[in-house]
Ligand binder design. Structure first.
Ligand code: HSE
Length: 306
């Protein structure tokens, strides 16, 4: 039996559309066993109406793409999902299925693929590396998906930085969130993002947290997606007032994220109190960055191949 623990992720991080991402200490567990025949998928009750329990299941699909790649197919599989990452809220629940499913598949058949090969296969399947890469290796990651590989750098963030996460009770599927983006951008907007992206990565690497509110600004996706998040202007201006070092839409949304470097509980309490007046029922969490990323908790390859 193989068991993997895979973290939630927040992607884009302001100006880093499709390239920057960060792993968070909030985990799903995926357990996989070989069985004699067929496919059994065990899903938590709360998620049953949102997750397929057949061959369309994303964990299964991800496992299958790895089995196909190396041409090795177990006869039967039992997959058990233990989910803590909220679904379709911009916190990498799909990437967790892909990263976790592929790693579990690789362990189950004796690790035919290297970590780099799994990173590439996972990024190809998700379409971009900003969620799957930090899910697999942890930390803050800068990833560039090339034709045959992902070039990347992982940055461990100081433990003083914690992540304030505001999760609303409505869903915003990535497919829809990508469909509303423009096909081209004004030249000035590209320059705007380049300058912020450079400032953001260098400021995080040098503990220059004062730069974060400007460095997190974005003109590639947030201007188009923020209209789907009710009270965006009021909420984000309050976050700055309460002490958050900037803010951004987590991945494709609708969750909103900020960096905190002090007064963690004070900022959280003020945010909870402020959000309580809205009907969206926002959940507010403070999470640590997961610098280790996905962990294989158990890896017993079945000796008996059916
Ligand atoms: N970079 C992706 C997006 C993350 O913003 O669409 C969500 O999959």
């Amino acid at each position: 039996m193989v068991k993997v623990k895979v973290p939630a992720t927040t992607a884009n991080i302001g100006p880093g559309f499709d390239c920057l991402g960060m792993a968070l200490e909030l985990f799903n567990i995926i357990e996989v066993e070989e069985i004699k025949t067929g496919l059994e998928i065990i899903i938590p009750d709360k998620d049953k109406k949102y997750i397929e329990n057949d061959e369309n299941n994303l964990v299964y699909q991800s496992m299958k793409s790895l089995f196909d790649k190396v041409d090795c197919h177990p006869k039967g599989l039992r997959i058990t999902l233990m989910n803590n990452i909220p679904l379709t809220r911009g916190l990498g629940s799909s990437a967790a299925c892909i990263a976790g499913g592929m790693t579990a598949a690789n362990e189950l058949i004796g690790k035919p693929l290297t970590n780099s090969e799994i990173i590439f296969l996972a990024a190809k399947m998700d379409g971009h590396p900003d969620n799957v890469l930090p899910a697999l290796i942890g930390g803050l990651t800068v990833g560039c998906l090339l034709e045959n590989e992902v070039k990347y750098v992982k940055i461990d963030l100081p433990s003083q930085l914690k992540i304030l996460v505001l999760i609303p009770n409505f869903h915003f599927p990535t497919k829809k969130a990508r469909s509303i983006l423009p096909k081209s951008l004004p030249f000035e907007d590209a320059v705007f993002n380049l300058s912020r992206l450079g400032l953001l990565v260098s400021s995080l690497m040098t503990d220059n947290f004062d730069n974060l509110p400007i460095a997190l600004q974005d003109k590639i996706h947030q201007p188009y997606r923020k209209d789907f998040i009710p009270h965006w202007e009021e909420i984000t201006s309050k976050l700055l007032e309460f002490g958050s070092r900037g803010y951004f839409i987590s991945g494709a949304g609708p969750s909103i994220v900020g960096f905190l470097d002090k007064d963690y509980e004070k900022v959280r309490n003020k945010t909870v109190e402020f959000l309580s007046k809205y009907e969206e029922n926002w959940e507010v969490e403070i999470l640590n960055v997961s610098n280790s990323g996905l962990e294989v908790i158990n890896s017993e390859r079945s000796n008996e191949r059916y």
